[in-house]
Structures are given as C-alpha cells and as structure tokens.
Design a protein around this ligand. Structure first.
Ligand SMILES: Cc1cc2nc3c(=O)[nH]c(=O)nc-3n(C[C@H](O)[C@H](O)[C@H](O)COP(=O)(O)OP(=O)(O)OC[C@H]3O[C@@H](n4cnc5c(N)ncnc54)[C@H](O)[C@@H]3O)c2cc1C
Length: 510
C-alpha cells in the first residue's frame, strides 16, 4: 500500500474534522474524526503537494513554468520588499484556460497560489506563502473587443493601462484610472485602484462593467456585462473589485472608456502654508468645480520632487497641481473659479504648463513622487500611509498628522489626491527594528486619526499584509464575519492568496 493511498480513499467531503496537524518527517500527520471513527493518516506535506502539482502541470504548460532564480526573486515581493518570500514556482498564464487548468490542480491538491500582475502593490499583496505558486498574468495583454460606439472595451487582465491608452489613442477615447506604477488592469481591479483622475472619473469600482473570473475550483464565470446599469442579482463584479486575488483570478475586464476632452489645461499654485493649500482643495470640491485633478505636495515632498524630477521654476513650498478639462469655455470657467479660491487662501499665483510636453513633465513628476521621496535617503525604508476622510475633515486630519510627524522626529513627506480626501505620508525610516517600530507608531497614530474622523486606513492601496491590523477597527467584527463567510464559501481550501486582506481570518491549512 502506497504512503498516501489511505488518505486518497478518504475524500475531502467526508472529512468531518481535522483535529490537529503538524509536520512530521516531511509529512503532515492528521488526526481525523470521520463518521465517529478516529483514524490517523499521513498526508503529503505542502512541499510534496506543490511538487505533485508542478509535475502534472509541466506536461500541460511546459515552458510557461519557471523556477529560474531571477524569476522567483522578482515574484517574491511587490513594491514592499520587506515581506519577500520566494514562490515554489512561477507560472506564466497565457489564457483563461491556462488559469483554469492551474486552479483545478491547486484546488485538488490544496496548493496555495498568488496572482501576480506587475507587482507594483505596496502592502505585501503578492508575497507568496510557503510552497506556493505565483501565477503571473502579465502575458495576457490582448484587447479582446473594442466598442467605441458604446464607449467600452474588453481586455485581458495583464494589459497595463498605459498600453491600453496607447493602443486606443486613434479612437479619441481613453481609460482614466492612473495609479502611479505601470500596473496591470487585473491588478488594478484586484486592489480597487485609483489615482490622480479619480476626483473626476472615479476609481476602478466605477469604471468596470464586468469580468471573467476563474474561481478557486477552476470554474470560469462571467460577471456583469456591457450595459451601464442592471438591477439583476448580487453585484458580483463589485465583489471581485478589491478582493486582492483572495476570491478568484480575474482574466478579462469590460472597461468603461471616456472621450478625450477638447481642452486640457494644467497649472501649479504654491502656498506658504500647508493649511491654506488644503483649505483651497476642500473649497474647490465643496463648490462643485468639476476639476480634472487636484494634487497636493507638501514642502518636503516638493523639495524632493524638484531635485528628483529636475523641475524648474518652482520653490520648495507646499504646492497644488491642477488640471482642467472640457470645452474651452467650461475650462475657462473652472480656471477662474479655482484661481479665486486659491488667491483668497493666500495662494502665490498660478504657473501654467502651456504645452503638452510641459503638462506631461508635471504629471510625470507627480507620479514619480514616491521615487523622489525614496531618493531623499536611498538606504532608508519608506512606509506609505493611505488614509482617506470625508472632504470636510481633511484639513483637521492633515493638521493633526503634521503635528504627529513633527513630534516623531521622522522625515515623512506628505502628498496626495486631496480632491478625494485621500493622501499619503511617506514615512522614511532606517532599516532597523527600532526604526521600523518608530515608523509603525507614526503610521498607527495617523490611521487612528483618520478612523476617528469617519475615514478609512486605505483609500486606494488596499490591505495586503500591511493594513490587516486596522480592518477590525474600521469595519467591525460583524462585517468581517460576513467577509470570512464569503471567503470560506468561495475558496474552501484557502488556496487563493492566503493570509491577505482578512485579519485573523482563514489561514492556509498546510
Ligand atoms: C510609485 C507607485 C505609485 C503608486 N500610486 C498609486 C496610486 O496613485 N493609486 C493606486 O491605487 N495605487 C498606486 N500604487 C499601487 C499599485 O500601483 C496598485 O496597487 C496597482 O493597482 C497594482 O497593480 P499590479 O498590476 O502591480 O498588481 P500586483 O501588485 O501584481 O497585485 C496586486 C494584488 O492584486 C492581485 N492580483 C493581481 N492580478 C490579479 C488578477 N488578474 N486577478 C486577481 N487578483 C490579481 C495580487 O494577487 C495582489 O493581491 C502605486 C505604486 C507605486 C509603486
């Protein structure tokens, strides 16, 4: 009798209770209570199960499976290096069928799996657990259908938003959600991403009409559709948006597109006081000015960005970056109203980015702000907060956070999508347990303030590992219980990105 044959005869559905498990000479010893009888069996270890799955998949997927050290390293972390762990293998999916094939095997053998888009997430989202597969979707870059007359398109999940916008440029349409990194649209769905244009166009949540998703079992489903609204059934599309690869793997996305505006105009206004700049942003939104973008950098961030992005003509002062879009008359109206508000709040005047190149340089500098902050001390570690509050509370929050930063003695440039009430503090700290503890202390104070003002610990980056500790406080145990029940139903063996998003929730039962 083979080592595992007894176990194989006990189907998963018939197991009433796994009372304990532990690693034992490369095996996992299970005490199983089965229909009132107790028996002890030896099951293959997590490492052996991974090996079995990979040898089966090798015949089906061949060279799409990699164990090259450089590939494993690349998939061991996202932008947050600290939580890095090597996956057992990386599989490059090229179709929905590939994803389904991999998931069927992983589900049957209980091998954990982490979807990987571009790896730009910042909260440890893509760090694999032990003996896991990293499923890379970056080769799935097709535009499946283009419907310019309906302002929508269907794309594969590995396409980046920059590549999409380049390819559809001639249609006069574009996709507006713009997180700073060169992210994939699948990763953006999975983190419910937004960016500088969310104040006008919304986040991924508002810009996705439907999805193709491969469930944990390997079954393929389609959610939503092409219509702008539907009142039938549970909104499964929204369920997967922001689920961080814990409920299913997204392989196709039906996206809303938008017409490129006739006129685009960008300007910068500097302020001596952070409070005046924040007040300006709040009043612009409260007055209902349909601004395209309004972004803040405090003086520390501006100083870093001037040096990193070689910006000329600006002083290291708190700065608001504006973009206006629409028909020429509408743009003029927005500009006049915004200037009045900024000047009433002691703005030091508007500097216009006239040409398309100047505008591109300005927004590139904004998108590169994270790298500029990192360049302040290349040997240091950067921890990003991502709080959001209702717009009327933004001034209060930023004032409190500024005093927390000053009291901490840490350098922490502050920047953000202030039109949404969302901003980041990029806490710069040394690579030491003390430095890390000090940074986390500041992080917790900032999140505590945001939650007390009715906000959230993350407006756009997501939970991953980094924000797990705040979820109970933000959502309450009742809501977390519903989330855990959903996870248990949709991924009963907890193979999909285990350990992420849900605190003290399902862990991978190796
Ligand atoms: C410099 C910089 C600036 C940034 N600015 C912003 C910003 O302004 N706004 C913002 O929202 N974010 C920002 N981010 C964070 C990051 O770009 C986003 O979180 C982005 O959406 C991640 O996409 P990705 O393709 O890199 O996903 P990955 O990092 O590869 O994965 C992220 C998560 O999604 C899951 N996942 C990936 N693909 C799929 C799929 N097809 N199906 C199911 N799950 C999947 C992964 O398992 C993981 O949990 C920034 C990051 C950097 C480095």
């Amino acid at each position: 009798m083979g080592r595992f044959s007894y176990l194989r005869s006990v189907s998963a559905q018939h197991i009433d209770c796994l009372s304990s498990y532990r690693n034992y000479n490369n095996f996992t010893k299970l005490n199983i209570f089965h229909f009132g009888y107790s028996m002890t069996v030896l099951s293959p270890s997590a490492e052996e199960r991974l090996h079995t799955v990979l040898s089966r998949l090798e015949t089906l997927l061949g060279s799409r499976i990699s164990r090259a050290p450089s590939v494993l390293e690349e998939h061991s972390h996202g932008e947050a290096m600290e939580s890095a762990r090597l996956p057992g293998a990386v599989i490059f999916a090229e179709s929905t069928d590939d994803v389904s094939t991999v998931l069927k095997e992983c589900h049957a053998s209980r091998v954990p799996l982490v979807a990987f888009g571009a790896g730009t997430s910042v909260e440890g989202h893509v760090t694999p657990p032990e003996h896991a597969i990293s499923l890379d979707l970056s080769r799935m870059t097709g535009i499946v259908e283009m419907n310019p007359e309906d302002l929508d398109c269907r794309v594969q999940a590995g396409l980046t938003r920059q590549a999409l916008n380049t390819q559809i440029r001639d249609t006069g349409l574009f996709f507006p959600v713009d997180p700073g990194g060169e992210a994939t649209l699948g990763g953006m769905c999975a983190t419910r991403a937004s960016g500088t244009a969310a104040v006008r166009y919304g986040t991924m949540k508002e810009n996705v009409l439907g999805l193709t998703v491969v469930l944990a079992t390997g079954e393929v489903i389609r959610t939503g559709g092409r219509v702008r609204k539907s009142s039938t059934g549970y909104d499964l599309t929204s369920l997967f948006i922001g689920s961080e690869g814990t409920l299913g793997i997204i392989t196709e996305i039906q996206l809303k597109l938008h017409g490129r505006p006739d006129t685009l105009s960008a300007a910068v206004c500097q302020f001596e006081s952070l409070n005046d700049a924040v007040q300006t942003a709040m009043e612009i939104i409260q007055c209902g000015i349909p601004i395209n973008r309004v972004e803040l950098m405090d003086s520390v961030q501006m100083d870093a960005s001037i040096r990193y992005s070689k910006l000329t003509g600006y002083r290291p002062l708190t700065t608001l970056f504006f973009e206006f879009a629409g028909a020429p008359a509408a743009v003029q109206e927005q500009v006049t109203a915004t200037q009045e508000i900024a000047l009433a709040n002691n703005g030091l005047g508007f500097a216009w980015a006239e040409s398309a190149e100047d505008r591109a340089r300005l927004w590139k500098a904004r998108h590169d702000a994270y790298w500029a902050a990192k360049a302040i001390d290349p040997t240091a570690r950067v921890i990003s907060t991502d709080c959001i509050v209702p717009i009327s509370r933004l001034g209060e929050l930023i004032a409190g956070v500024s005093s927390d930063i000053a009291a901490s003695g840490l350098r922490a440039p502050l920047l953000g999508h202030v039109g949404d009430g969302n901003f980041h503090t990029l806490i710069i700290t040394e690579h030491s347990p003390e430095g890390y503890a000090q940074a986390l202390d500041l992080d917790r104070k900032i999140v505590g303030r945001a939650l007390a003002l009715g906000g959230s610990c993350s407006g756009e980056h997501g939970v991953g590992l980094g924000k797990l500790e705040f979820l109970a406080q933000e959502h309450g145990e009742g809501s977390l219980g519903v989330m855990r029940a959903l996870k248990n139903t949709m991924d009963p063996h907890h193979i999909l990105n285990p350990g992420k998003l849900l605190p003290n929730g399902p862990v991978y039962r190796g």
